[in-house]
Design a protein around this ligand. Sequence first.
Ligand code: UGA
Length: 482
Amino acid sequence: MFVIGFAVAERNSLRMEGCIFMNIAVIGAGYVGLITAAGLAETGQRVICVDDDLRKIEILNSGAMPFYEPGLGELVQRNRQAKRLEFISHLEDAVAECQVIFICVGTPPLENGEADLSSVEQVARRVSGCARGYHLVIEKSTVPVQTGRRLQKHFAIYASNPQFQCDVASNPEFLREGSGVEDFFHPDRIVVGVESEKAAALLEEIYQPLLERSFACPVHENCGERSRVPFVVTDINSAELIKHASNSFLATKISFINMIADLCEAVGADVRKVAEAVGMDKRIGSSFLRPGVGFGGSCFPKDLQAFVRVGEDAGCDFSLLREVERINRRRIDLLVNKLKSELWVVRGKRIGVWGLAFKPRTDDVRSSSALAVIRRLLAEGALVRAYDPQAMQKAKAEIPEIEYCADAYAAAQGAEAVLALTEWEEFLRLDLMKVRQVMVRPLILDGRNMFSRASMFAHRFEYLDIGSGGSARKHLLDAKKV
Ligand code: UGA
């Protein structure tokens, strides 16, 4: 369908069974870079993944993984063995071999909320210094609108070889941690922001197996999905904006339902039922309507901040998103206050914490609500014992002063309350009788509404979740009477 019409592309690509397989450089071996690199390799491309963190490259080349992400280790191994995926630390070597370059480096927040683009700029500088011939440079890192423009300018100014020609494109990622591999192979849409037909055609070619679902799905055994994935081609600014707008909208949904949860508690309604019925409206949809202790992670908090800056710098009223952030920050206070009102004095009391990661199926604790709650508990003088199936090591590096336990029962041992802060499936399989026996006071604060109320009350826990007034409070009082 796409006829490659330029000499450099022929040199850097290989035609097989009607598809053109290219040499692709992925710069950055973080969550996004590694999933992108391994995913593209799985669809047949030859991928060189570059990271200047030598330790990370060593880990990857030894067959291990630098972080936990379900399914990713197997994908990386399989494609390394098939020689479609390699890891190196020298960017210039990758650029020499690859016509297509994905930039997947971090864009953490600066103190003022803006995204720090220094890693993106550094990559661009090194590419300018060594690239010759035609290259397609694709920004996949989440960046503020108009970064593509700046990259184009950068290449025009700094290109050291007169034969270096380049197209810049934006191709935002929509990968959730914990299900990034699944999201890569089953995207709702693929968005590309381009300014030339050549760039659009190359990107369509790269994603052809995903768009047409013509690859052997490594995630599901009998994957029956066949409908074509929407391929959204737009200008670069719009593509960049689509990413920030998507994350901000999802964060808004979460803060919205958290606000409703507070009202439910205040007036005696049940947010679980409210969210369920509201979400049945197809125009609204049920996802991201789970109330709780707030959103965290490396994306929503940072992207919201950056988007607010972008909006305000452009003279637009982004106060809506400021409220979304404010509501989210308040989630921590509200949970800790709930605990305090139950325990009266928190100082010197043992509190169990289940869950440290910012969400289940990841070991990532960046901007984790669980860690924010623990910090507040420590400030109140509580003795915290915590457990998480994957994130203990990373949490320990952040908060070394609490006790990390071998399992959820040990975290509950001797506790006056347990706070459930990350909805790991493992917690749903706990023997609740055993949990109740080891606790000093059987009080569970469910910060993610993960447990069934019926089951908690059947096991005679004092159970408080998020957003239930009325009948749930009554059950709590009944449990206290027993
Ligand atoms: C998010 C987006 O969902 C991805 O599409 C995007 O690609 C990614 O950011 C990114 O920008 O790289 P992620 O941060 O991995 O993905 O995780 P989410 O599943 O979106 O959850 C974010 C936070 O919201 C978590 O703390 C989660 O517990 C919380 N959340 C989520 C709720 O509190 N309620 C919900 O209903 C859903």
